[in-house]
Design a protein around this ligand. Structure first.
Ligand code: SAH
Length: 377
């Protein structure tokens, strides 16, 4: 690889308006050129300009000089016994991010990352342990969807099957999406664009630990489903579990959620609640939670805690989770239990850590004629 920095623009991260501005400014091209590009890149999965046969040869050459379609590199990929797939994508020499595909009857959910690491410091989350490294660019966020589609199609072709579709995208991988607002917003626009991934606004979900000012901003900018990591029914406990609560307490957070729904004409907010044994799973917690949310456009998603190396928490027993759900339902709050998927490959909620193991090992793997993916157990 050459040492010079590639200053070509990565088109993967440009939503329609920016792509139109780009082709106009660089080539004096009409907006429909941008629409063609969107379609080729995202819908047809083109990775180069030469395959875009309905673009003039001269234009393709100009594009090649000024732009790229650069997708992240896969370092490792794993499949769970339940069909869940996880890809570790290289972001730099030692750091990666993880993207997870969860197939279900009639739908396929892709869980994408928005940052390398995370700065929110929630004690029960594996991503928090690695700290914050950097924000992903819009191209790196969309690149995960591009790549997953590509990989699912390749796997299906090899097996002579129909590819599993990605019907839903959730920002529930590594990172706090609202802390990377600048890049998450254009990425969401591309996911929603009918010429690109054409996902409906109910099938793109942004999950946040509770960055209140950005929830108000999002209410003005984009229409997607909102999920909020609540995890505690009172400020004293939430201050401990989700430190951002010390800055934006529960009442403020809920007010922002209701505002968001009103502004976006949304149906409900999904509140995520990780079930931690004897920490937040007592009947009194369920009753407090029900008093907080009943009569509101809210759904609760109870997530059995997924352990990771070094954590001090344990998962609530099944009986406690069921009892918790029943109290909520009896008090008029819709609560469901999230089925754990992909935990045998550390792909379940809160287990994504994205470490690209020792790069020497990766190089060695390549030298020995194996792919880097095989070099990493
Ligand atoms: N930062 C965003 C996006 C991450 S979403 C957010 O906090 O919402 C990942 C979801 O999994 C969040 O609800 C998170 O709280 C939850 N989670 C984190 N660690 C977990 C663990 N170990 N077990 C189960 N769920 C966990």
């Amino acid at each position: 690889m050459s040492a010079s920095v590639d200053d070509r623009v990565n088109l993967l991260g440009l939503p329609r308006a920016e792509l139109e501005a780009f082709v106009a400014a660089r080539f004096g091209a009409k907006p429909f050129r941008a629409r063609q590009l969107l379609h080729w890149i995202h819908r047809r999965g083109a990775s180069g300009f030469q395959e875009m046969t309905d673009l003039a040869k001269g234009f393709r050459a100009e594009l090649e000089a000024a732009a790229t379609i650069a997708v992240p590199q896969i370092v490792a990929s794993r499949s769970s016994s339940d069909g869940t797939r996880k890809w570790l994508l290289r972001m730099d020499e030692t750091q990666g991010i993880e993207t997870v595909f969860i197939p279900e009857p009639g739908r396929g959910t892709l869980c994408i990352s928005s940052q390398v690491g995370c700065a929110m410091d929630c004690g029960f989350c594996a991503t928090a342990v690695q700290g914050f490294n950097r924000n992903l660019s819009a191209a790196e966020i969309v690149g995960q969807v591009w790549l997953a589609r590509h990989e699912l199609a390749a796997a299906a072709a090899a097996a002579g099957e129909v590819p599993q579709p990605i019907t839903n995208v959730v920002f529930m991988g590594m990172g706090e999406p609202l802390a990377n607002y600048r890049n998450v917003l254009p990425a969401m626009r591309i996911l929603l664009d009918d010429l690109a991934y054409d996902l409906s606004r109910r099938r793109v979900t942004l999950s946040t630990s509770g960055l209140v000012p950005q929830i108000y901003r999002l209410a003005e900018d984009c229409n997607v489903a909102l999920a909020v990591s609540l995890h505690a029914p009172n400020d004293a406990l939430r201050d401990q579990l989700v430190p951002i609560n010390r800055k934006h307490p529960i009442a403020e957070l809920l007010a922002a959620c209701w505002h968001y729904l009103e502004r976006q004409n949304g149906r409900s907010v999904t509140f995520e609640y990780v079930m931690l044994d004897r920490v937040n799973d007592q009947p009194e917690h369920a009753r407090q939670l029900a008093r907080l949310l009943r009569g509101r456009p809210a759904k609760l998603n109870l997530i059995p805690f997924n352990p990771f190396a070094g954590t001090r928490f344990t998962r609530s027993p099944d009986a406690a989770i069921l009892a918790f759900r029943d109290i909520l339902n009896d008090m008029g709050v819709i609560a469901t239990i999230r089925r754990t998927r992909g935990d045998d490959i550390d792909a379940a909620c809160g287990q994504l850590a994205g470490r690209v193991r020792d790069r020497v090992l990766v190089r060695l793997g390549t030298k020995l004629g194996r792919t880097p993916a095989e070099a990493i157990p």
